[in-house]
Design a protein. Structure first.
Length: 468
């Protein structure tokens, strides 16, 4: 009879001990900014996340025109259609329109297929004639009447992010933006998307590396590495973590890639890198050191000191820089140069605050003619890309000309040798980015070389370079 109360008392003490231990466990799991256990999310927040449909399966399609030889050696055309599936999530509404975010590699297809820019099922040398992105039910959804066609708003290849606009109002992600920089290894994350485009799925995992600088191919941003079980259709899925302060989910990243030879080594773009894009819906402002008027004078002095026309490689093309009295002309030749004297484009760089500003742009056509466009008449996205191209050309010119000047000093100076090696490494790191920029310029020239009146800049006249 005496044992029963003792057992009951011991049992009560044990229960009280467990109850008392729970708050300590909760505090231990939230020693930083984000929880290490998803069970710490507030029940109301978990219910809100489960009941809100903010992720959608998107289908990206492209049609390619391929040339081939038929019977008798005649040139024939064949159309090839390719599709890919990914995930997009709604993050902002404006009236009856909704903005969604996904990966740039989902929405964009190569303008021309090459060995470097491959598309499964499409031979090299085929040209893209159209591309669309739509919301579908799943990857095998063949009923097109209820598909929602999305409009491209802005893409950022360095971030691997695209923002699209839907012509209807849908629910947006019900949580605030987090701070990716505050994540620590071991923080719990949750990912909702469409693996393989087959169905909607919820995946969970941990942050195994909160900060990884991603410079693969044309990417340039910070990633967080997570071990959630994800597949190709998850590209563009939002990555959520639980805030220790609010006990609610916060958006901390967007899944975009996986290590090929790894197991559950998935990377997501930091949401810290996306704030400007999401707020302005415009291309990001270029960060880093801006070239100045002194850089322009340095470049002009080096160009004028050269005894021959200055030509340098840029993205697989030849770039001829010609200085005139008060401007610089950047001539981008086609890949057939020097066998063919045809320009893809000519950019006019005028003196202004800082290094300079773009004035006119001439786009070349197949006949060798040049079609004039005012920089101000281009779309905001084209203006941004053209500005980034001009900045890349300026920086590349300065590096190449400095490399040429230092190479003559290599034999007599270890410092000059080290500087030359550093310059070569910097130039090598920009090759892929320059290839993408040059490819975009070729595509834009095809699109915009349609001005009713054909004009030619003065540098296109058949004249010898002026004597110096």
């Amino acid at each position: 009879m005496l044992r029963a109360p003792l057992v009951a008392c011991a049992l009560t003490t044990a229960l009280l001990g467990v109850a008392a231990a729970k708050p300590r466990a909760r505090r231990a799991s939230c020693t930083g900014a984000y929880a290490r256990d998803l069970t710490l999310v507030a029940p109301a927040a978990r219910l809100e996340e489960a009941r809100t449909r903010y992720t959608f399966c998107v289908r990206s399609s492209a049609v390619y025109d391929c040339l081939y030889y038929g019977r008798g050696g005649r040139v024939r055309h064949r159309r090839e259609t390719v599709t890919a599936h990914g995930t997009a999530f709604a993050f902002r509404k404006h009236g009856k329109q909704t903005y969604l975010m996904t990966n740039e590699h989902i929405t964009e297809w190569p303008f021309v297929t090459t060995k470097e820019e491959r598309v499964d099922g499409v031979p090299s040398g085929c040209r893209r004639v159209s591309q669309t992105v739509s919301i579908v039910d799943r990857e095998d959804d063949a009923y097109t009447k209820d598909d929602v066609v999305l409009q491209r708003v802005v893409s950022d290849a360095a971030l691997d992010i695209s923002i699209l606009k839907a012509p209807l109002s849908v629910k947006t992600i019900p949580f605030n933006l987090g701070q990716s920089a505050a994540l620590e290894a071991g923080a719990a994350v949750q990912v909702r998307g469409f693996p393989l485009g087959a169905f909607q799925a919820l995946s969970v995992g941990k942050v195994i590396n909160p900060r990884e600088h991603d410079t693969e191919d044309q990417w340039d941003h910070y990633d967080l590495v997570i071990d959630a079980q994800l597949s190709s259709g998850n590209s563009g899925s939002p990555v959520l973590a639980v805030s220790c302060k609010s006990r609610r989910f916060e958006l901390v990243g967007v899944y975009h890639a996986v290590y090929r030879e790894g197991q559950s080594l998935n990377v997501a773009v930091w949401v810290d890198e996306l704030r400007e894009l999401m707020a302005t819906l415009k291309p990001r402002r270029k960060k880093g050191r801006q070239l100045s008027a002194a850089d322009r004078q340095l470049l002009l002095s080096r160009l004028r000191a050269s005894t021959a026309p200055t030509m340098i490689p840029f993205g697989g093309h030849v770039l001829w820089i010609r200085p005139t009295k008060d401007r610089l002309l950047y001539n981008v030749f086609s890949k057939a140069f020097p066998l063919q004297d045809r320009r893809v484009a000519v950019l006019e760089d005028l003196p202004s605050t800082g290094f300079g500003r773009l004035g006119r742009v001439w786009f070349g056509d197949e006949s060798g003619g040049l079609w004039e466009r005012q920089f101000a008449s281009l779309t905001p996205d084209d203006q941004h890309r053209m500005t980034q191209l001009a900045i890349a050309i300026r920086q590349h010119m300065l590096l190449v000309l400095e490399l040429r000047s230092k190479e003559s000093e290599v034999k007599g100076s270890r410092m000059a040798y080290d500087r030359v090696q550093q310059l070569r490494r910097r130039i090598a790191r920009t090759r892929t980015r320059h290839k993408h920029q040059a490819r975009w310029l070729v595509e834009t020239a095809v699109r915009l070389a349609t001005t009713p009146t054909k004009t030619k800049p003065e540098h296109n006249k058949k004249k010898a370079p002026p004597t110096r």
